[in-house]
Design a protein around this ligand. Structure first.
Ligand SMILES: NC(=O)c1ccc[n+]([C@@H]2O[C@H](COP(=O)([O-])OP(=O)(O)OC[C@H]3O[C@@H](n4cnc5c(N)ncnc54)[C@H](O)[C@@H]3O)[C@@H](O)[C@H]2O)c1
Length: 273
């Protein structure tokens, strides 16, 4: 049987990257979906692709940082499908690639609103409907940037640390409800958010160097994060709760090293990469 047969799911940030890969995977696994994004055209294309493949997707255009959108999302899922089992709060923005000292207060507030207030509103409005239905699974996209410094702007990192904590602290608040909540911490994934970095590396002919700092020595694909989102969304993870799963090729497991020389398992010593 398909892993999400009969489930009713929301995926935000579904028009691109990780959210798009997750929406396609969830639909392929039998979920009926409300797909959410600000990018109406790309969202429409995704919904059409899901429907053409025999799936079911309702599209909802809106800003996840707004309370009205969060309310509309839950109303759409319960109205259309009779309930809500899965909420993948994935939409996020990187903000400007600047140190905190150079951010305007408005720009800080926007990153906080999309990346942290957004998941909070998702939890706030999805939980009552999930509890009414006897349980559910909330999944959020955090980041390795939320585990430490130097993996993105401080403003972005702080919001992702907040998302990791939300998974832990809200899990306790949901005691006895049957609603689980977890986060995913992706490493470097090729998506719309990181396009500038990949374009730049391809222009310079250094694309094979991207991702070299993790033990798998490569960057990740959106589908590799979607696969973990599917696990957390499905009953396969029925006893996983209040956790943040790192999916980064081993990046955050390893201490910094000199990239020119590495110790490889198949050799007796340090070799040039
Ligand atoms: N790409 C990476 O390397 C990486 C690493 C760690 C975490 N993440 C996180 O993964 C998540 C998905 O990002 P992605 O990499 O797929 O990027 P992406 O830019 O390809 O996709 C993000 C989607 O979210 C939508 N979105 C942004 N703000 C929104 C808002 N306010 N309301 C509704 N939709 C909105 C965008 O329109 C876009 O379609 C984000 O939370 C991001 O922080 C990405």
């Amino acid at each position: 049987m398909a892993q999400l047969e009969g489930k009713r799911a929301v995926v935000t940030g579904a028009a691109s990257g990780i959210g798009r890969a997750a929406a396609l995977l969830f639909a392929g696994e039998g979920a009926r979906l409300v797909v959410v994004d600000q990018a109406a055209e790309e969202l429409g294309e995704l919904a059409a692709e899901i429907e053409e493949a025999g799936g079911s997707a309702v599209m909802l255009t809106g800003d996840v940082a707004e309370e009205a959108t969060a309310e509309r999302i839950v109303a759409a899922c319960t109205g259309e499908f009779g309930g809500i089992d899965i909420y993948y709060a994935n939409a996020g923005i990187s903000g400007e690639m600047l140190p905190l000292t150079q951010y305007s207060t408005e720009a800080i507030e926007r990153v906080l609103a999309v990346n942290l207030l957004g998941p909070m509103l998702a939890i706030k409005f999805a939980c009552p409907a999930m509890i009414e239905g006897g349980g559910g699974s909330i999944v959020m996209t955090a980041s390795v940037a939320g585990l430490g410094g130097n993996a993105g702007p401080a403003v972005y990192s702080a919001t992702k640390a907040g998302v990791i904590n939300l998974a832990k602290s809200v899990a306790s608040e949901l005691i006895g409800t049957g609603v689980r909540i977890n986060a995913i911490c992706p490493g470097l994934i090729e998506t719309g958010m990181t396009k500038f970095l990949f374009d730049h590396a391809r222009e310079r002919g250094t694309i094979d160097k991207v991702g070299q700092l993790n033990p798998l020595a490569r960057h990740g694909a959106p589908e590799e994060i979607a696969a973990v989102a599917l696990f957390l969304a499905s009953d396969a993870s029925s006893y996983v709760n209040g956790h943040a799963i790192v999916v980064d090729g081993g990046l955050s497991a390893s201490l910094p090293f000199a990239p020119a020389h590495v110790l490889r398992a198949d050799t007796k010593g340090y070799v040039k990469r």
